[in-house]
Design a protein around this ligand. Structure first.
Ligand SMILES: [Zn+2]
Length: 293
């Protein structure tokens, strides 16, 4: 079944909710990167967060989340954009995919230990104009709380963020998340009611593993808050890399540097960090690029 995302709102109460199930997306990222379970949980949560943030994007807008931590995972990155008005594309990686830490007493992944201390950067960009960049220090390292802290500090939006990835050495069992945002002029009682329900709610992965769909996830958090204007989307893995983009990077080296490369080696290779696609350029192809300059 394809991954889905559902947004809904109650404009009287001033709350907007989005839920996503990202099991297939995170399974694909895990497979492409050979992520170990703790790394799967970290990259899966961040990429799910990017997909949830992308629900409000338009046209060529893009959201990028980057975590620079001093833990064993190294840098973590995820981004999401629209493939079409009904489809969100997302991708993510960890600098060090083979990270596995012991689970805690409740059986939860030690994602904060794998991330360490550092910062979270959120970039909103499009093909035109300057990107909007916000940076906050890593607060808990559990990612959901860090994204909520970012929304509060950088965008002045009170929010509730829940993210979960259930993974084992043989695969991804369930992955998903919920984002609730207060709209300007929100009813404080509605926000407080959502916070109470969020605190008492089972983990999203448990709900998904028990068969909940995105509408079920939204109902679980919304409770008595009636939701309207539902908008459903599909979520899937995609990458933005291409041979043309790698060529552009090589051209940026300049003709002398390219010709130097052709003397040093028969083949020049580049691997996309996000999708692991391998691009190979022969010495002859590099010479052709140098001639273009
Ligand atoms: Zn790629």
């Amino acid at each position: 079944m394809p991954d889905t995302l559902l947004s809904a709102a109650n404009l009287d109460a001033g709350v907007a909710l989005t839920a996503a199930i990202t099991t297939e997306l995170v399974a694909e990222i895990r497979e492409r990167h050979d992520l170990w379970p703790t790394a799967t949980a970290a990259v899966g949560r961040l990429t799910t967060g990017a997909a949830l943030f992308a629900a409000g994007l338009k046209g060529n807008e893009r959201i990028s989340l980057q975590i620079a931590g001093d833990g064993p995972l190294g840098q973590l990155a995820a981004d999401a954009w629209l493939l079409d008005p009904q489809t969100i594309a997302a991708r993510g990686y960890a600098r060090n995919p083979r990270v596995e830490l012991p689970v805690d007493a409740r059986g939860k992944f030690n994602v904060s230990g794998a991330i360490g201390a550092g910062s979270l950067q959120v970039t909103r960009s499009s093909d035109v104009g300057q990107p909007y960049v916000g940076v906050v220090p890593i607060h808990s390292g559990e990612i959901a709380e860090d994204l909520a802290l970012y929304l509060a500090q950088s965008e002045q939006i009170p929010s509730i963020v829940a993210l979960g990835v259930l993974a084992n050495p043989s695969g991804v069992v369930a992955s998903g998340g919920i984002l609730a945002r207060a709209l300007p002029g929100a009813d404080e009682r509605a926000i407080a009611a959502l916070e109470t329900r969020a605190a008492a709610m089972p983990p999203v992965t448990q709900l998904i593993a028990q068969g909940a769909d995105v509408a079920g996830l939204l109902r679980e958090l919304a409770g008595d808050v009636e939701l309207r204007s539902h908008h459903a989307m599909t979520v899937r893995f995609a990458c933005r890399c291409s041979r043309e983009k790698v060529e552009a990077v090589l051209l940026g080296l300049g003709a002398d540097e390219l010709l130097q490369l052709t003397r040093e080696r028969d083949r020049t290779e580049a691997t996309c960090e996000y999708c692991k696609t391998h691009y190979v350029f022969t010495a002859g192809e590099l010479r052709e690029l140098a001639e273009r300059l």
